[in-house]
Ligand binder design. Structure first.
Ligand SMILES: *Cc1c(COP(=O)(O)O)cnc(C)c1O
Length: 408
Protein backbone atom coordinates (compact mmCIF):
# COMPACT_ATOMS: atom_id res chain seq x y z
CA UNK A 1 0.00 0.00 0.00
CA UNK A 2 1.23 3.50 -0.83
CA UNK A 3 2.15 6.02 1.86
CA UNK A 4 -0.37 8.20 3.70
CA UNK A 5 0.07 11.46 1.77
CA UNK A 6 0.24 9.76 -1.66
CA UNK A 7 -3.05 8.00 -0.95
CA UNK A 8 -4.79 11.19 0.18
CA UNK A 9 -3.54 13.44 -2.62
CA UNK A 10 -4.65 10.89 -5.23
CA UNK A 11 -7.86 9.85 -3.50
CA UNK A 12 -10.38 11.60 -5.79
CA UNK A 13 -8.83 10.03 -8.91
CA UNK A 14 -9.75 6.54 -7.68
CA UNK A 15 -13.31 7.18 -8.82
CA UNK A 16 -14.49 8.42 -12.23
CA UNK A 17 -13.11 11.93 -12.49
CA UNK A 18 -15.54 14.62 -13.71
CA UNK A 19 -14.28 16.61 -16.76
CA UNK A 20 -10.73 15.65 -15.75
CA UNK A 21 -10.99 17.96 -12.70
CA UNK A 22 -8.16 17.09 -10.33
CA UNK A 23 -10.21 18.39 -7.41
CA UNK A 24 -13.62 16.91 -6.78
CA UNK A 25 -15.93 19.74 -7.92
CA UNK A 26 -18.21 21.52 -5.42
CA UNK A 27 -21.73 20.30 -6.11
CA UNK A 28 -23.73 23.17 -4.61
CA UNK A 29 -26.85 21.13 -5.07
CA UNK A 30 -29.80 19.92 -2.99
CA UNK A 31 -32.05 17.82 -5.25
CA UNK A 32 -31.41 15.29 -8.03
CA UNK A 33 -33.65 14.72 -11.05
CA UNK A 34 -34.32 11.47 -12.93
CA UNK A 35 -35.60 10.90 -16.49
CA UNK A 36 -37.37 7.71 -15.50
CA UNK A 37 -39.56 7.95 -12.38
CA UNK A 38 -38.82 4.26 -11.74
CA UNK A 39 -35.14 5.20 -11.14
CA UNK A 40 -36.20 7.81 -8.57
CA UNK A 41 -38.23 5.15 -6.76
CA UNK A 42 -35.38 2.62 -6.97
CA UNK A 43 -32.95 5.12 -5.39
CA UNK A 44 -35.39 5.75 -2.53
CA UNK A 45 -35.93 2.02 -2.05
CA UNK A 46 -32.20 1.39 -2.02
CA UNK A 47 -32.26 -1.05 -4.94
CA UNK A 48 -30.24 1.36 -7.11
CA UNK A 49 -27.28 3.57 -6.18
CA UNK A 50 -28.01 7.26 -6.65
CA UNK A 51 -28.67 10.61 -5.07
CA UNK A 52 -31.90 11.41 -3.24
CA UNK A 53 -31.68 14.63 -1.25
CA UNK A 54 -28.83 16.88 -0.11
CA UNK A 55 -29.37 16.35 3.60
CA UNK A 56 -28.16 12.77 3.32
CA UNK A 57 -25.98 12.69 0.24
CA UNK A 58 -23.89 15.01 -1.94
CA UNK A 59 -21.10 14.04 -4.39
CA UNK A 60 -18.55 16.48 -2.89
CA UNK A 61 -19.26 15.27 0.64
CA UNK A 62 -19.15 11.66 -0.58
CA UNK A 63 -15.66 12.20 -2.03
CA UNK A 64 -14.51 13.50 1.36
CA UNK A 65 -16.11 10.48 3.08
CA UNK A 66 -14.09 8.17 0.83
CA UNK A 67 -10.93 10.18 1.60
CA UNK A 68 -11.51 9.80 5.35
CA UNK A 69 -12.16 6.06 4.99
CA UNK A 70 -8.81 5.78 3.18
CA UNK A 71 -7.06 7.77 5.93
CA UNK A 72 -8.50 5.57 8.68
CA UNK A 73 -8.30 2.34 6.65
CA UNK A 74 -12.01 1.98 7.38
CA UNK A 75 -14.99 0.47 5.59
CA UNK A 76 -17.25 3.52 5.25
CA UNK A 77 -17.51 7.05 6.65
CA UNK A 78 -20.35 9.52 7.20
CA UNK A 79 -19.67 13.25 7.43
CA UNK A 80 -21.51 15.78 9.63
CA UNK A 81 -21.64 19.55 9.99
CA UNK A 82 -19.38 19.48 13.09
CA UNK A 83 -17.52 16.99 15.27
CA UNK A 84 -20.21 17.36 17.95
CA UNK A 85 -22.91 16.49 15.40
CA UNK A 86 -20.96 13.32 14.51
CA UNK A 87 -20.73 12.19 18.15
CA UNK A 88 -24.32 13.12 19.06
CA UNK A 89 -25.91 11.60 15.96
CA UNK A 90 -23.88 8.39 16.20
CA UNK A 91 -24.83 7.76 19.83
CA UNK A 92 -28.46 8.74 19.32
CA UNK A 93 -28.68 6.30 16.41
CA UNK A 94 -27.07 3.41 18.32
CA UNK A 95 -28.33 3.66 21.92
CA UNK A 96 -31.76 3.27 23.51
CA UNK A 97 -33.32 4.20 26.82
CA UNK A 98 -31.97 1.91 29.54
CA UNK A 99 -28.64 1.35 27.79
CA UNK A 100 -25.40 2.23 29.55
CA UNK A 101 -22.02 3.28 28.21
CA UNK A 102 -18.61 3.91 29.76
CA UNK A 103 -16.72 7.06 28.88
CA UNK A 104 -13.29 8.43 29.67
CA UNK A 105 -13.57 11.27 32.17
CA UNK A 106 -10.79 13.10 30.32
CA UNK A 107 -13.00 14.42 27.55
CA UNK A 108 -13.41 17.37 25.25
CA UNK A 109 -15.64 19.75 27.29
CA UNK A 110 -18.64 19.79 24.92
CA UNK A 111 -18.59 15.99 24.62
CA UNK A 112 -18.74 15.84 28.40
CA UNK A 113 -21.71 18.21 28.37
CA UNK A 114 -23.44 16.16 25.64
CA UNK A 115 -23.01 12.94 27.64
CA UNK A 116 -24.64 14.58 30.67
CA UNK A 117 -27.66 15.22 28.40
CA UNK A 118 -27.75 11.56 27.35
CA UNK A 119 -27.83 10.69 31.04
CA UNK A 120 -30.82 13.02 31.52
CA UNK A 121 -32.62 11.28 28.63
CA UNK A 122 -32.35 7.76 30.04
CA UNK A 123 -29.05 6.54 28.57
CA UNK A 124 -26.71 6.13 31.55
CA UNK A 125 -23.04 6.97 31.37
CA UNK A 126 -20.16 6.21 33.76
CA UNK A 127 -17.09 8.48 33.60
CA UNK A 128 -13.84 6.70 34.50
CA UNK A 129 -10.06 7.22 34.36
CA UNK A 130 -9.42 5.63 30.96
CA UNK A 131 -5.64 5.68 31.35
CA UNK A 132 -6.30 2.51 33.40
CA UNK A 133 -8.20 -0.41 31.83
CA UNK A 134 -9.22 -1.71 35.30
CA UNK A 135 -11.33 1.43 35.87
CA UNK A 136 -13.16 0.78 32.59
CA UNK A 137 -13.66 -2.94 33.35
CA UNK A 138 -15.08 -2.12 36.81
CA UNK A 139 -17.70 0.19 35.30
CA UNK A 140 -19.05 -2.36 32.76
CA UNK A 141 -22.49 -3.73 33.63
CA UNK A 142 -24.99 -6.05 31.89
CA UNK A 143 -26.55 -3.00 30.25
CA UNK A 144 -23.25 -1.63 28.88
CA UNK A 145 -23.26 -1.34 25.09
CA UNK A 146 -20.30 0.79 24.30
CA UNK A 147 -17.05 2.38 25.51
CA UNK A 148 -16.09 5.91 24.37
CA UNK A 149 -12.54 7.28 24.66
CA UNK A 150 -10.28 9.94 23.16
CA UNK A 151 -6.68 9.19 22.18
CA UNK A 152 -4.89 12.11 23.90
CA UNK A 153 -6.99 14.25 26.25
CA UNK A 154 -7.14 18.01 26.09
CA UNK A 155 -5.82 20.09 27.93
CA UNK A 156 -3.81 17.82 30.30
CA UNK A 157 -2.71 15.31 27.59
CA UNK A 158 -3.55 12.03 29.39
CA UNK A 159 -3.06 9.10 26.99
CA UNK A 160 -5.83 6.45 27.09
CA UNK A 161 -5.05 2.74 27.63
CA UNK A 162 -6.08 2.23 24.01
CA UNK A 163 -4.75 -1.30 23.46
CA UNK A 164 -6.00 -2.74 26.77
CA UNK A 165 -9.49 -1.22 26.38
CA UNK A 166 -9.62 -2.64 22.85
CA UNK A 167 -8.91 -6.11 24.30
CA UNK A 168 -11.60 -5.64 26.95
CA UNK A 169 -14.20 -4.55 24.38
CA UNK A 170 -13.41 -7.54 22.18
CA UNK A 171 -13.75 -9.98 25.11
CA UNK A 172 -16.99 -8.43 26.38
CA UNK A 173 -18.59 -7.80 22.96
CA UNK A 174 -18.73 -4.01 23.47
CA UNK A 175 -18.72 -1.37 20.75
CA UNK A 176 -15.40 0.52 21.00
CA UNK A 177 -15.61 4.18 19.90
CA UNK A 178 -12.36 6.15 19.64
CA UNK A 179 -12.36 9.92 19.09
CA UNK A 180 -9.16 10.31 17.05
CA UNK A 181 -9.33 14.12 16.73
CA UNK A 182 -6.24 14.89 18.82
CA UNK A 183 -4.00 12.46 16.94
CA UNK A 184 -5.72 12.34 13.53
CA UNK A 185 -5.25 9.31 11.27
CA UNK A 186 -1.76 10.55 10.36
CA UNK A 187 -0.41 10.01 13.89
CA UNK A 188 -2.59 7.03 14.80
CA UNK A 189 -5.12 4.62 13.29
CA UNK A 190 -7.48 3.36 16.03
CA UNK A 191 -8.13 0.27 13.89
CA UNK A 192 -4.77 -0.98 15.20
CA UNK A 193 -6.23 -1.28 18.73
CA UNK A 194 -9.53 -2.83 17.67
CA UNK A 195 -11.77 0.25 17.46
CA UNK A 196 -15.27 -0.41 16.07
CA UNK A 197 -16.11 3.18 15.14
CA UNK A 198 -13.74 6.15 14.83
CA UNK A 199 -14.76 9.79 15.27
CA UNK A 200 -12.85 12.76 13.88
CA UNK A 201 -13.60 16.46 14.24
CA UNK A 202 -12.60 17.59 10.74
CA UNK A 203 -12.48 21.16 12.06
CA UNK A 204 -9.15 20.44 13.74
CA UNK A 205 -6.08 18.78 12.15
CA UNK A 206 -7.73 17.19 9.10
CA UNK A 207 -9.10 20.53 7.82
CA UNK A 208 -6.22 22.29 9.51
CA UNK A 209 -6.77 25.89 8.44
CA UNK A 210 -9.45 27.04 10.87
CA UNK A 211 -11.77 27.86 7.94
CA UNK A 212 -14.44 25.11 8.04
CA UNK A 213 -16.33 23.05 10.61
CA UNK A 214 -16.96 19.33 10.07
CA UNK A 215 -17.05 15.90 11.67
CA UNK A 216 -16.99 12.25 10.63
CA UNK A 217 -17.75 8.75 11.90
CA UNK A 218 -15.91 5.84 10.27
CA UNK A 219 -16.90 2.17 10.47
CA UNK A 220 -13.86 -0.09 10.88
CA UNK A 221 -15.63 -3.33 9.93
CA UNK A 222 -14.39 -5.14 13.05
CA UNK A 223 -17.60 -5.37 15.12
CA UNK A 224 -20.31 -8.02 14.66
CA UNK A 225 -23.46 -5.90 14.41
CA UNK A 226 -25.47 -9.10 13.82
CA UNK A 227 -25.68 -9.48 17.61
CA UNK A 228 -26.49 -5.81 18.33
CA UNK A 229 -30.22 -5.48 19.16
CA UNK A 230 -30.47 -1.74 18.49
CA UNK A 231 -30.26 -2.08 14.70
CA UNK A 232 -33.71 -1.62 13.14
CA UNK A 233 -35.08 -4.34 10.86
CA UNK A 234 -34.87 -1.97 7.82
CA UNK A 235 -31.09 -1.72 8.16
CA UNK A 236 -30.47 -5.44 8.76
CA UNK A 237 -29.71 -6.00 5.07
CA UNK A 238 -26.51 -6.93 3.27
CA UNK A 239 -23.24 -7.47 5.16
CA UNK A 240 -23.67 -6.97 8.96
CA UNK A 241 -20.41 -4.97 9.12
CA UNK A 242 -22.27 -2.06 7.47
CA UNK A 243 -25.52 -2.16 9.46
CA UNK A 244 -24.51 0.40 12.11
CA UNK A 245 -22.99 2.97 9.73
CA UNK A 246 -26.07 2.63 7.50
CA UNK A 247 -28.34 3.31 10.48
CA UNK A 248 -26.17 6.30 11.49
CA UNK A 249 -26.48 7.71 7.96
CA UNK A 250 -29.94 6.66 6.83
CA UNK A 251 -31.67 7.30 10.14
CA UNK A 252 -29.36 9.41 12.31
CA UNK A 253 -28.18 11.95 9.74
CA UNK A 254 -31.50 12.03 7.89
CA UNK A 255 -33.57 12.63 11.02
CA UNK A 256 -31.23 15.10 12.74
CA UNK A 257 -30.04 16.84 9.59
CA UNK A 258 -26.64 17.90 10.94
CA UNK A 259 -25.24 17.67 7.40
CA UNK A 260 -21.91 18.89 6.11
CA UNK A 261 -22.25 21.42 3.29
CA UNK A 262 -20.38 20.89 -0.01
CA UNK A 263 -18.34 24.13 0.33
CA UNK A 264 -17.08 23.13 3.78
CA UNK A 265 -16.38 19.61 2.48
CA UNK A 266 -14.22 21.14 -0.27
CA UNK A 267 -12.21 23.26 2.22
CA UNK A 268 -11.65 20.22 4.43
CA UNK A 269 -10.65 18.01 1.49
CA UNK A 270 -8.06 20.61 0.40
CA UNK A 271 -6.71 20.87 3.93
CA UNK A 272 -6.48 17.09 4.26
CA UNK A 273 -3.96 16.89 1.42
CA UNK A 274 -1.26 18.44 3.62
CA UNK A 275 -2.23 16.76 6.92
CA UNK A 276 0.98 14.70 7.04
CA UNK A 277 3.24 17.65 6.14
CA UNK A 278 1.61 19.97 8.63
CA UNK A 279 1.71 17.49 11.50
CA UNK A 280 5.39 16.68 10.92
CA UNK A 281 6.19 20.36 11.43
CA UNK A 282 3.68 20.89 14.25
CA UNK A 283 4.98 17.89 16.20
CA UNK A 284 8.63 18.92 15.69
CA UNK A 285 7.73 22.41 16.96
CA UNK A 286 5.91 20.84 19.93
CA UNK A 287 8.94 18.78 20.91
CA UNK A 288 11.25 21.81 20.68
CA UNK A 289 8.94 24.12 22.63
CA UNK A 290 8.14 21.64 25.42
CA UNK A 291 11.80 20.74 25.89
CA UNK A 292 12.70 24.42 26.17
CA UNK A 293 9.79 25.32 28.49
CA UNK A 294 10.40 22.26 30.70
CA UNK A 295 13.89 23.59 31.48
CA UNK A 296 12.75 27.18 32.13
CA UNK A 297 12.80 28.37 35.79
CA UNK A 298 9.53 30.33 35.43
CA UNK A 299 7.61 27.27 34.20
CA UNK A 300 6.24 25.03 36.96
CA UNK A 301 5.13 22.05 34.85
CA UNK A 302 4.72 21.03 31.22
CA UNK A 303 2.17 18.41 30.12
CA UNK A 304 3.18 16.76 26.84
CA UNK A 305 3.34 13.01 26.11
CA UNK A 306 6.65 13.55 24.29
CA UNK A 307 8.40 14.41 27.57
CA UNK A 308 9.91 11.51 29.53
CA UNK A 309 8.35 12.90 32.72
CA UNK A 310 4.84 12.33 31.30
CA UNK A 311 3.11 9.34 33.00
CA UNK A 312 2.06 7.79 29.65
CA UNK A 313 5.20 8.75 27.72
CA UNK A 314 6.07 5.18 26.72
CA UNK A 315 2.49 4.40 25.66
CA UNK A 316 2.44 7.50 23.44
CA UNK A 317 5.82 6.71 21.87
CA UNK A 318 4.71 3.12 21.19
CA UNK A 319 1.29 3.93 19.69
CA UNK A 320 1.64 7.24 17.87
CA UNK A 321 3.88 8.34 15.01
CA UNK A 322 4.55 11.49 17.10
CA UNK A 323 3.11 12.43 20.51
CA UNK A 324 0.79 15.15 19.18
CA UNK A 325 0.88 18.90 18.62
CA UNK A 326 -0.91 20.12 21.73
CA UNK A 327 0.59 20.73 25.17
CA UNK A 328 -0.20 22.70 28.30
CA UNK A 329 1.93 24.22 31.03
CA UNK A 330 1.72 26.03 34.37
CA UNK A 331 3.65 29.17 35.26
CA UNK A 332 5.43 29.71 38.59
CA UNK A 333 3.68 31.98 41.12
CA UNK A 334 5.75 35.07 40.30
CA UNK A 335 4.59 35.22 36.65
CA UNK A 336 1.28 36.99 35.89
CA UNK A 337 -0.63 34.88 33.37
CA UNK A 338 -2.20 37.90 31.63
CA UNK A 339 1.09 39.83 31.33
CA UNK A 340 2.77 36.71 29.98
CA UNK A 341 0.06 36.00 27.42
CA UNK A 342 -0.17 39.60 26.27
CA UNK A 343 3.57 39.70 25.61
CA UNK A 344 3.21 36.85 23.06
CA UNK A 345 3.39 38.38 19.57
CA UNK A 346 3.46 35.43 17.15
CA UNK A 347 1.24 33.14 19.22
CA UNK A 348 -2.44 34.08 18.94
CA UNK A 349 -4.69 34.28 22.04
CA UNK A 350 -7.56 32.14 20.80
CA UNK A 351 -9.58 28.95 21.26
CA UNK A 352 -9.62 26.16 18.63
CA UNK A 353 -6.78 23.76 17.95
CA UNK A 354 -5.14 22.10 14.97
CA UNK A 355 -4.78 25.42 13.11
CA UNK A 356 -1.68 26.36 11.11
CA UNK A 357 -1.18 29.21 13.59
CA UNK A 358 0.00 28.58 17.14
CA UNK A 359 -2.89 29.31 19.53
CA UNK A 360 -2.77 29.89 23.31
CA UNK A 361 -5.69 29.85 25.75
CA UNK A 362 -5.82 30.34 29.55
CA UNK A 363 -7.82 27.17 30.35
CA UNK A 364 -9.35 27.90 33.80
CA UNK A 365 -10.57 31.33 32.70
CA UNK A 366 -12.19 30.26 29.41
CA UNK A 367 -13.08 26.72 28.31
CA UNK A 368 -13.19 25.41 31.93
CA UNK A 369 -14.67 28.59 33.49
CA UNK A 370 -18.26 27.30 33.59
CA UNK A 371 -17.21 24.30 35.75
CA UNK A 372 -16.27 26.43 38.76
CA UNK A 373 -13.16 26.24 40.99
CA UNK A 374 -14.04 23.00 42.86
CA UNK A 375 -14.55 20.89 39.75
CA UNK A 376 -11.45 22.44 38.13
CA UNK A 377 -9.35 21.52 41.16
CA UNK A 378 -10.66 17.92 41.01
CA UNK A 379 -9.60 17.75 37.36
CA UNK A 380 -6.16 19.19 38.04
CA UNK A 381 -6.77 22.45 36.16
CA UNK A 382 -4.53 25.09 37.77
CA UNK A 383 -5.41 28.81 37.38
CA UNK A 384 -2.09 29.33 35.58
CA UNK A 385 -2.61 26.47 33.09
CA UNK A 386 -2.13 27.60 29.49
CA UNK A 387 -2.96 25.32 26.56
CA UNK A 388 -0.93 25.63 23.39
CA UNK A 389 -2.06 24.28 20.02
CA UNK A 390 1.19 24.32 18.07
CA UNK A 391 1.20 25.62 14.50
CA UNK A 392 3.52 25.37 11.50
CA UNK A 393 5.49 28.59 12.09
CA UNK A 394 9.30 28.43 11.95
CA UNK A 395 10.59 26.86 15.17
CA UNK A 396 13.02 29.67 16.02
CA UNK A 397 10.28 32.30 15.77
CA UNK A 398 8.12 30.38 18.23
CA UNK A 399 11.01 29.82 20.65
CA UNK A 400 11.91 33.52 20.48
CA UNK A 401 8.29 34.52 21.11
CA UNK A 402 8.04 32.37 24.25
CA UNK A 403 11.47 33.51 25.43
CA UNK A 404 10.57 37.20 25.11
CA UNK A 405 7.22 36.67 26.85
CA UNK A 406 8.71 34.70 29.78
CA UNK A 407 11.73 36.90 30.32
CA UNK A 408 9.93 40.19 29.67
C1 LIG B 1 -13.15 19.89 18.83
C2 LIG B 1 -13.39 18.51 19.26
C3 LIG B 1 -14.64 17.90 19.08
C4 LIG B 1 -15.82 18.63 18.48
O1 LIG B 1 -15.57 19.06 17.19
P1 LIG B 1 -16.34 20.33 16.53
O2 LIG B 1 -16.01 20.18 15.09
O3 LIG B 1 -15.77 21.57 17.16
O4 LIG B 1 -17.79 20.18 16.84
C5 LIG B 1 -14.78 16.59 19.48
N1 LIG B 1 -13.78 15.91 20.04
C6 LIG B 1 -12.56 16.46 20.25
C7 LIG B 1 -11.48 15.65 20.87
C8 LIG B 1 -12.33 17.77 19.86
O5 LIG B 1 -11.11 18.33 20.07
Amino acid sequence: MKGFTTRIVHSDRQEAIEHGSLHKPIHANVAYGYEDARDLAAVFQGTKAGYSYGRQINPTVEALERKISRMEDGLQSVCFGTGMAAIGTMLFALLRQGDHFVSSSFLFGNTNSLFQSFDAHGVDVSFVDATDVAAVADAVTERTRLVFVETIANPRTQVTALEEIGELCRERGLVYVVDNTMTSPYLFQPKAVGASLVVNSLTKYIGGHGNALGGAVTEMGTFDWGGFDNIYETYRKGEPAKWAITQIKKKGLRDFGASLGPEAAHHIAMGAETLGLRLERQCANSRALTRWLDAHPRVKRVYYPGLESHPEHHRAERLFRHPGALFSFELTGDVDIWDFMNRLQVVVKSSNLGDNRTLAIPVAHTIYYEMGPARRASMGIDDSLIRISVGIEDTDDLLADFEAALDG
